[in-house]
Ligand binder design. Structure first.
Ligand code: ATP
Length: 236
């Protein structure tokens, strides 16, 4: 049984379909990436998984259960977490306050404290800056904060939307090492990136989206070697 499966999923904005017939699977413990140009439907796909957008067709299964019409808060409680593009952190709150917001639906204070320590161990820079106002963090630190806040929800499945957007190459490298650390903790990751080179490198499986549909899919070595992918997404 896959941790996540999308069967024939389509989502419209008004009457215009943004994605149509998306079929994909994410196995437990994997990093799977969705790559594709601007507007291909990557963000829309993630939003349908977390439940902020409802499909007009198709089905979504999580841990073997159909969740297509479950509300977003239910999905969060079941361990699905979206780290949105642009990070969505609260600029005027401190680092620690932002992290605690990630655990808003949890009650066990002891467990929450434990997870806070886990996040600080993973991102020592956040620990050093726990009382700093989040809006004054660097771009890379803000992305770490967004990942840390996601982890505070105790996710089984993390959906990462363009985590490398706007970050310098060295910071991206560091961030990707952290993403692999998160996977080692047992969290499954569905990753959306325009920075296809990095995403493919860390992935177990890759889907290429074009105009709202899966155009190609396969293990990273296979996807990397495709002429079309090299030309369009990997800069030749
Ligand atoms: P990007 O990397 O630019 O975010 P993407 O692959 O994530 O691209 P989506 O954001 O999922 O693509 O967008 C898919 C399609 O849906 C695009 O044609 C886009 O213009 C359209 N779309 C996205 N959001 C909306 C919205 N709120 N209202 C109307 N159309 C939208």
């Amino acid at each position: 049984m896959s941790l996540l499966e999308l069967k024939n999923v389509g989502v419209k904005y008004g009457v215009i379909p943004a994605i149509q017939r998306i079929n994909l699977k994410v196995e437990q413990g994997q990093i799977v990436s969705l790559i594709g140009a601007n507007g291909a439907g990557k963000t829309t796909t993630l939003k349908s998984v977390v439940g902020v957008l409802k499909p007009f067709q198709g089905q979504i299964f999580y841990q073997g259960e159909e969740i297509t019409s479950k509300p977003a808060p239910w999905r969060v409680r079941k361990g699905i977490c979206l780290v949105p593009e642009g990070r969505g952190i609260f600029n005027r709150l401190s680092v620690k306050e932002n992290l605690l917001i990630g655990a808003y639906h949890r009650q066990n204070e002891v467990e929450i404290q434990k997870d806070l320590e886990m996040v600080y161990n993973l991102f020592p820079r956040l620990k050093e800056r726990e009382n700093q106002i989040a809006g004054t963090l660097s771009g890379g630190e803000q992305q770490m904060l967004a990942l840390g806040r996601g982890l505070m929800s105790r996710p089984q499945l993390m959906l990462l939307d363009e985590p490398s957007l706007g970050l310098a190459p060295l910071v991206v490298k560091e961030l990707y090492e952290l993403i692999q650390e998160i996977r080692k903790k047992g969290v499954t990751i569905l990753l959306v990136e325009q920075n296809a080179v990095m995403a493919i490198k860390v992935s177990d499986y890759v889907y290429v989206l074009e105009t709202g549909e899966v155009k190609m899919e396969g293990p990273p070595e296979e996807i990397e070697s495709l002429e079309d992918v090299r030309r369009v997404y990997l800069g030749g």
